[in-house]
Design a binder for this molecule. Structure first.
Ligand SMILES: Nc1ncnc2c1ncn2[C@@H]1O[C@H](COP(=O)(O)OP(=O)(O)OP(=O)(O)O)[C@@H](O)[C@H]1O
Ligand SMILES: [Mg+2]
Length: 486
C-alpha cells in the first residue's frame, strides 16, 4: 500500500488520479464499486443485492479525500452495535487503517489522518432515534455516508444535508452517499427517491429489469441523483453460486431482495396465505393435509413432543407504548405439537390464548393451559414478565422455562418460523377453531415493521426456535471408535 507521504494532491488532481482512492485501501475496487466512486454529484445511492460490495464501496468513498487537510467524513448506521459488529464498518476500518499513519480516537469513534494543516477525519455515528440527528447539528462534513439506508426514515436522511458543507479552502466535492438492500422501514422512500420511472427510462432500461434485479449496468439518474444497482456477481470476492444457494433457503420476499436486489417485490405481508399448511384431527391422530385436502400421513398425538410458548404483555413499557397511541399489546400463549420422524420438521398449532391480562391472571392462565394440554415444557419470553412468572410457577411443579428473545428485531427472531412457513412445515387446524381467524389475520398482515401487533408471531417464532434446536439435537454424531476397542 502507498503511504501518505507519497501523495499530496488537491481534489482536482485526485479526481483525475484514480489510484488516490486506493491510498488507504487493502484492495482495489471492483468495476461496479469504481463506477460508484467515480460519481462526483452531490447524492448517490448504491443499492441492491446482499454482498454486492456496497458497504465496502461506502468506506472507500469516505476515504477518497482523507489526504486533504480539513476534510471531514461521517459514516452512519442505525445503531452503534451494527457499526461495531464483526464485519461492521468500524472493525473493517481498523483492518484497513491499522498499519497506516492514521490514528483511531475511540471516544469520538474517529480516525484522524495526518495532513499538513488541519487533520482530515472519518467519524462513525448512529441515528437510532429521531432526536439523534441533532447530535450532528453543529458539525460539518464533506462526505456523509448512510449504510443500510432503508433502516432510516427519510427525515433523518434529509436533515443530514444541512451538515453537508465546507469552507472554501477545502477543495473536495460535497457528497451524500448511501448503500442498502431493499426492505426495511425505508424501502418506499428510498425507492421513490432513487429508482424512479424517469431514471429508468432515461437509462434506456425497462422498469421491470431495473426494479427486479436483472443485470443492468447503467447508473440511473433522476434530478441529479445517481443510483448504481448492486448485484452479487459484481463482487468477485464472493462465490455467487454458493451464496445464492445459502440465500435460496430464505422465504421468497427476503430471497428476491437479497439475492437479486429486487426492489419490486412488495411487503404484502411476510407470510403468504399459500404457505399456511393444514392438519386435521381424527380422534387422537393428527393428519397432515395437502392443499387439495388429501391426507399425506398421520401421527398419534402422543408421539409428538408438546410444548407451549408464551409472549407476555402488560409491562410498564407496553402500557407506555399504548399511551403514546400505539396498538395495545396482548399476551399470547400457544400450544404446539412437534411431530416425530419422518415428519420431524412439522409443527402443528393446537391451541391459542390471546388475552389482555395482568400478572396474576397470566399466572393463572398458564396453569390452566398446562392442566388442559399437559405440555412437556412451557417456554416464556425471558424479558418482560417471563422471569417473574418463572419464579412464581416453577416451585409448583409447572415445567416452565424462559427463552431469550435474542435481540429486538422481530423479523430476525421470526426467521426460522418464516423459513418453516415457506416450506409448509407449520400447520394450522383445518377446522375453524375460535382463535384461528384472528391468528391468520395477524400472521398474514404482518410486514415486520416495529410498531405492528405481532404477539402471535412472537409466540410462534419461539416455537420454531425450539423446534429447530430439537431437530438439531436429533443429528447424532457417531463417537470415534479406536481400533483397540477403547
Ligand atoms: N473490492 C473488493 N475486493 C475484495 N473484497 C471485497 C471487495 N469489495 C467487497 N469485498 C468483500 O466482499 C464481502 C462483502 O462486501 P460488503 O460487505 O461490502 O457487501 P454488502 O453489499 O455491503 O453486503 P450486505 O448486503 O450484506 O450489507 C466483504 O467480505 C468484503 O470485504
Ligand atoms: Mg453492507
Amino acid at each position: 500500500m502507498r503511504t501518505l507521504k507519497d501523495v499530496h494532491l488537491n481534489a482536482a488532481e485526485s479526481r483525475a488520479a484514480e489510484p488516490v482512492a486506493r491510498l488507504w485501501l487493502p484492495h482495489a475496487p471492483w468495476p461496479k464499486q469504481q463506477q460508484f466512486l467515480n460519481l462526483f454529484c452531490k447524492e448517490a445511492f448504491y443499492g441492491g443485492a446482499a454482498a454486492g460490495g456496497k458497504s465496502e464501496a461506502l468506506l472507500m468513498a469516505a476515504l477518497m479525500f482523507a489526504h486533504v487537510p480539513g476534510y471531514a467524513a461521517l459514516i452512519l448506521r442505525k445503531d452503534t452495535q451494527r457499526l461495531q459488529l464483526s464485519g461492521g464498518l468500524i472493525p473493517r476500518s481498523h483492518e484497513w487503517l491499522a498499519n497506516t499513519p492514521a490514528t483511531w480516537h475511540a471516544a469520538e469513534r474517529r480516525w484522524k489522518f495526518p495532513t499538513h494543516a488541519a487533520p482530515a477525519t472519518l467519524s462513525f455515528g448512529y441515528l437510532q432515534t429521531s432526536g439523534d440527528k441533532y447530535r450532528y447539528g453543529s458539525s460539518e462534513y464533506q462526505f456523509i455516508g448512510f449504510d443500510e439506508l432503508t433502516e432510516f426514515v427519510a427525515d433523518d436522511y434529509l436533515f443530514l444535508f444541512s451538515r453537508l458543507r465546507k469552507r472554501t479552502e477545502i477543495d473536495v466535492p460535497l457528497r451524500m452517499r448511501s448503500a442498502s438492500n431493499p426492505g426495511n422501514v425505508g424501502h418506499d422512500w428510498v425507492l421513490r427517491r432513487f429508482i424512479t420511472p424517469a431514471a429508468i427510462a432515461a437509462a434506456g432500461e425497462t422498469a421491470h429489469d431495473a426494479l427486479a434485479g436483472k443485470p443492468v449496468s447503467n447508473t440511473f439518474w433522476c434530478a441529479g441523483r445517481a443510483y448504481v444497482p448492486a448485484r452479487i456477481r459484481d463482487n468477485h470476492a464472493i462465490l455467487e453460486s454458493e451464496y445464492a444457494e445459502s440465500l435460496s433457503h430464505l422465504p421468497p420476499l427476503f430471497r428476491e431482495r437479497l439475492l437479486n436486489g429486487d426492489w419490486s417485490v412488495r411487503e404484502q405481508g411476510l407470510i403468504a396465505a399459500g404457505n399456511l399448511a393444514r392438519y386435521g384431527v381424527q380422534g387422537e391422530y393428527l393428519q397432515f393435509i395437502d392443499e387439495h385436502g388429501r391426507s399425506l400421513g398421520q401421527v398419534h398425538e402422543r408421539a409428538c413432543w408438546r410444548i407451549a410458548t408464551c409472549d407476555p404483555a402488560g409491562t410498564s413499557a407496553d402500557r407506555a407504548k399504548e399511551q403514546r397511541g400505539k396498538p395495545p399489546c396482548w399476551t399470547a400463549i400457544q400450544v404446539w405439537d412437534l411431530a416425530p420422524d419422518p415428519w420431524s420438521r412439522q409443527m402443528l398449532l393446537r391451541h391459542v390464548e390471546r388475552v389482555r391480562v395482568d400478572f396474576a391472571e397470566l399466572c393463572q392462565l398458564l396453569r390452566r393451559v398446562y392442566l388442559a394440554w399437559r405440555p412437556a415444557a412451557i417456554y416464556i419470553e425471558e424479558e418482560k414478565l417471563g422471569r417473574a412468572a418463572f419464579d412464581i410457577l416453577s416451585p409448583y411443579g409447572l415445567p416452565i422455562e424462559t427463552i431469550s428473545p435474542r435481540g429486538k428485531d422481530k423479523v430476525v427472531r421470526a426467521s426460522q418460523l418464516l423459513t418453516r412457513l415457506a416450506r409448509c412445515e407449520v400447520r394450522l387446524p383445518r377446522e375453524p377453531l375460535p382463535w384461528l381467524a384472528d391468528l391468520e389475520s395477524e400472521w398474514l398482515r404482518w410486514t415486520g415493521l416495529p410498531e405492528e401487533v405481532c404477539d402471535q408471531i412472537d409466540a410462534a417464532a419461539y416455537a420454531a426456535m425450539i423446534a429447530e434446536e430439537q431437530n438439531a439435537r436429533r443429528i447424532v454424531i457417531q463417537p470415534f471408535l479406536s481400533t483397540n476397542g477403547v
